[in-house]
Design a protein around this ligand. Structure first.
Ligand code: BGC
Length: 756
């Protein structure tokens, strides 16, 4: 690697300003006289969208494999498989001349309504972070960079370019940042893409705390920060905040602004030098990647099919699946012929080929007679004749396979959904078909939860096939006919109704602001806390076999927080076919000063088991698995005490529990201050020690003031009242009995506390 700092030193101010602004829709500015190459970036998260004309944002892109979208990837819970998919994505990127892939996106699925949920992994930050890290490691192991996006709190499309997400500190740290943190610390993506929106008042593109303090200083991010396309408002502020590269370009006026600001002394030249160094570092790194002119489209299609099959989730099965070679199969729903396998917007891929579900089913169906009926139109209008025809087709068959895809008008990048419903026609279709054909299997294509209460009882099985990528049609056939045993589990809760969802009353905000009022409690954290019923819980998915969990154990009954523990459990395949089980490890804090979710996912493993086979699953839990973010201490804290470790087949199906005691090794400074309440003084060990005598004296005095029985004369529990008084106020009420003014006494006590 060349001496990058030296190259930057040789650059003129104009060259540096040009380097930190795109030269086209997808490329950076090369500085040829210094050997600085151009860097080519392209979407995206699940395939390479390489637009031939670098100045065009859209239009037909070069053919590339459309792998399954993140919604499905997350449901695989298979980090190794995602690593392999990352390698394949990179090979395609290299063949298409792309140096950085713009993805993956790890924003939380705060509400199932977010139009871009298909590009996001989960409602759980641990799961999203681990899977994204593996995907990034896979991509980058082949010399192509990833761009982790959209940093941060980009959880809706409504007013996507400017909505101000108001998120409290703990929620940000515990829910909206950890997936980014994990991916950055584990996989060190070459680039991070800032979000369009504001976070707590500032545009993410200018957010110093986010882009510099947290991302670089705390997490150690070494790459460059790129703007989301068009996310920069004030170019100079963005550079100062920590945003290195503005995209897309060219933007001569912005370049000029940067130059002028440095000349005028408004922008520190060192900030520009550093941004130029970061962009150049990655451009040079990308230029070192092995050259390639082709990728193996067949192999990638096969891989896309394998991934798709691992992430589809069997939600209901009354025993009809796997199909036992029915001789007359009705295939209903236009998605069987025109599969809905990807989402609209910047991640839209021009696939190398597309597996048509109808054709794939035909291949698996042997001599069976297949009939097809369209069922519903392209859009979301009602067309009763299509339903009538489908009913006829279903009635004459042994089984109906009903493919239902949410239309793009209901779900896409750019806008949010307004309800959880399928179209009225689709609901009517499912009801009508299942009324005449109880052996109806519904296959769903959507990116996030849909409502099913209206129709699910009438159908025999439901397969959630997501936006499954170009090869998904084959994966569906494999699962329906038992060639593949389904092993996906939900990475998000499926609620009963939209009204039940955590963000319901705060989504999507108004007057340019959205309050994350549900705080830490998104997804299963919310339903757990409310003890509210759901349609399908987080982590849920059926298999054609069964698994038994036994012999759950922890490596130690107590541990020091700096050490961590290992949780193990034996899992046996108790059925007659091979299968894969996803073992989930949740942690429950028995007691904490702060409100905490009932349980949080802190580990998982996917194991493959032959019938009768047993394997031991072991998962390491470190300090962070037990910690919460303490806004007062501005750091992660795990309190001394007992924790339960819940080992589950889903968040609602805990199969074994173990407990462990944590010993905190760090002593934290006292947070007592002049406004602290009596309760806080009593709960603080040092506060209690220095104030105990005085407090006792105050209580005696108080009691005397109220004629010996303050509870009786006030009609309330006096102690309860006192606990919420600031210590200074308690003293102040009885200042006559004190040797000095209350605030001076409190100041003295505080000195003692903070000296201790
Ligand atoms: C999207 C990004 C994408 C970029 C480039 C933006 O509109 O938000 O996710 O990478 O366009 O296409």
């Amino acid at each position: 690697m060349q001496d990058i700092v030296k190259i930057v030193q040789q650059m003129t101010l104009e060259e540096k300003a040009a380097l930190v602004t795109g030269a086209s829709a997808w490329t950076t500015t090369p500085i040829e006289r210094l050997g600085a190459p151009e860097l080519f970036m392209a979407d995206g998260p699940h395939g390479v969208r390489r637009v031939p004309d670098v100045h065009a944002l859209g239009g037909a892109s070069l053919p590339a494999t459309c792998f399954p979208t993140a919604a499905l990837l997350a449901a695989t819970w298979n980090a190794d498989l995602l690593h392999i998919m990352g390698q394949a994505l990179a090979a395609e990127a290299l063949a298409l001349g792309v140096g950085v892939l713009l993805g993956p996106g790890v924003n939380m699925k705060r509400s199932p309504l977010c139009g871009r949920n298909f590009e996001y992994f989960s409602e759980d930050p641990y799961l999203a972070g681990e899977l994204a890290a593996s995907l990034i490691e896979g991509i980058q192991s082949r010399g192509v960079g990833a761009s982790l996006k959209h940093f941060a709190a980009n959880n809706q499309e409504y007013q996507r370019f400017g909505i101000d997400a108001r998120v409290d500190e703990r929620t940000l740290r515990e829910i909206y940042l950890p997936a980014f943190e994990r991916a950055v610390k584990r996989a060190q993506p070459w680039t991070v893409m800032c979000a369009y929106n504001k976070l707590n008042g500032d545009y993410c593109s200018e957010h110093y705390e986010l882009l510099t303090e947290i991302l670089r200083q705390e997490w150690g991010f070494e790459g460059f920060v790129v703007s989301d396309w068009g996310a920069v408002h004030d170019r100079v502020k963005a550079l100062q905040g920590g945003l290195d590269l503005e995209m897309p370009g060219p933007k001569p006026y912005r370049t000029h602004q940067v130059i002028e600001s440095v000349r005028a002394g408004e922008l520190d030249a060192a900030v520009l030098n550093e941004a130029a160094r970061r962009v150049l570092t990655i451009a040079l790194r990308a230029a070192e990647a092995p050259k390639s002119s082709a990728f193996d489209a067949d192999a990638d299609h096969t891989l896309a099919r394998q991934v798709a099959a691992e992430g589809m989730v069997l939600l209901k099965n009354d025993g009809i699946l796997p199909l036992l070679n029915p001789s007359r199969v009705a295939v209903i729903g236009r998605a069987a012929q025109e599969p809905h396998f990807q989402g609209g917007g910047s991640s839209h891929i021009n696939p190398t080929r597309v597996a048509i579900p109808f054709d794939e089913i035909k291949k698996r169906a042997g001599n069976a007679v297949l009939t097809y009926s369209e069922g519903y139109p392209v859009g979301d209008d009602m067309q009763q004749p299509l339903i009538d025809a489908a009913v006829q087709t279903a009635r004459d068959a042994d089984v109906a396979l009903l493919f239902v895809a949410l239309p793009a008008s209901k779900e896409s990048e750019g806008y949010d959904r307004t309800d959880l419903d399928l179209t009225a026609q689709q609901v009517a279709l499912i009801k009508a078909v299942s009324a005449v054909q109880p052996r109806t299997v519904v296959i769903l294509h959507n990116s996030s939860a849909v409502a099913m209460v209206e129709w699910i009882d009438g159908v025999a099985a439901v397969l959630e096939a997501w936006l499954m990528g170009q090869a998904g049609g084959g994966a569906i056939a494999d699962i329906l006919y038992g060639v593949v045993n389904p092993s996906g589990k939900l990475a998000e809760t499926f609620p009963l109704r939209l009204e039940d969802t955590p963000a319901f009353i705060n989504f999507p905000g108004e007057h340019g602001q959205v309050r994350y009022g549900e705080g830490l409690f998104i997804g299963y954290r919310y339903y757990d806390a409310k003890q509210a019923p759901v349609l399908f819980p987080f982590g849920y998915g059926l298999s054609y076999t069964t698994f038994a969990y036994h012999n759950a154990r922890v490596s130690a009954s107590s541990f020091r927080d700096v050490e961590g523990v290992t949780v193990s459990v034996d899992v046996t395949n108790t059925g007659v076919v091979a299968g894969k089980e996803i073992v989930q490890i949740y942690v429950h804090d028995r007691q904490c000063k702060f409100v905490r979710p009932q349980k949080e996912l802190k580990g998982f493993a996917k194991v493959e088991l032959q019938p009768g086979e047993t394997k031991t699953v072991s998962v390491e839990l470190d300090f962070r698995a037990f910690a919460f973010w303490h806004p007062g201490h501005k750091q992660w804290v795990a309190e001394d005490g007992d924790f339960d470790i819940l080992i589950g087949a889903s968040s609602a199906d805990i199969r074994a529990t173990a407990s462990v005691a944590l010993h905190a090794t760090r002593t934290l400074p006292s947070l007592l201050n002049a406004a602290s309440t009596v309760r806080e003084w009593i709960e603080d060990p040092r506060g209690r020690a220095v104030s105990a005598g005085l407090f006792q004296q105050m209580m005696t005095q108080m009691s005397a003031n109220f004629g010996g029985d303050s509870d009786a004369s006030t009609g309330m529990d006096m102690m309860g009242f006192i606990m919420e008084l600031p210590m200074a106020s308690l003293l102040g009420f009885q200042e006559a009995a004190l040797p000095a003014p209350a605030e001076m006494i409190v100041a003295d006590l505080l000195r003692q506390v903070h000296q201790a």
